[in-house]
Design a protein around this ligand. Structure first.
Ligand code: DQA
Length: 143
């Protein structure tokens, strides 16, 4: 198996950014955690972060035929991006949407996901563990 860990805008600031909301772990810490879940099963993990919608779209397109699953925190694009939704629809690779914070406890503009209807599932509000749980889902699905 080969998985892609994809993070959208502002997630490069994890660890420094609103620690009361997102915790103190960095993106690097998260990558390590996800990798440690996958390593015993010889699963490979690539990880990318971008603050640019178009770059995320390009990477989603390129994932077709290359990865068995995508763990995706789209950041604020979750709530706005029809283009990212169409990109996910255009590939057959299953995508799990992850949010560190419980978006449903927050501002109402965070309650809607443009992407959830075209994802396999969504993990919300379980902190950075959500990424690990998504990796475990792919493992247990033998993807
Ligand atoms: C987030 C939630 C989004 O609403 C927000 O814009 C983010 C992070 C999360 O992981 O909780 O950037 O995706």
């Amino acid at each position: 198996g080969k998985l892609l860990l994809l993070n959208g805008p502002n997630l490069n600031r994890l660890g420094k950014r609103e620690p009361d909301v997102y915790g103190s772990e960095t993106l690097e810490d998260i990558e390590k955690k996800v990798r440690s879940v996958l390593e015993p099963y010889q699963y490979q993990l690539d990880s990318s972060q971008s603050n640019h919608e178009g770059e995320l779209i390009d990477w989603i397109h390129e994932a077709e035929g290359k990865y068995h699953g995508i763990i995706f925190n789209p950041g604020a694009y979750t709530h706005t991006s029809i283009a990212l939704r169409d990109a996910i629809s255009s590939i057959t690779v299953p995508v799990i949407e992850v949010h560190i914070s419980n978006v449903h406890k927050r501002e109402s503009f965070r309650h809607t996901s443009m992407l959830a209807p075209v994802c396999s599932g969504q993990i919300v509000g379980l902190g950075t563990n959500g990424y690990r749980l998504a990796a475990m889902y792919f493992l247990e699905s033998n993807l």
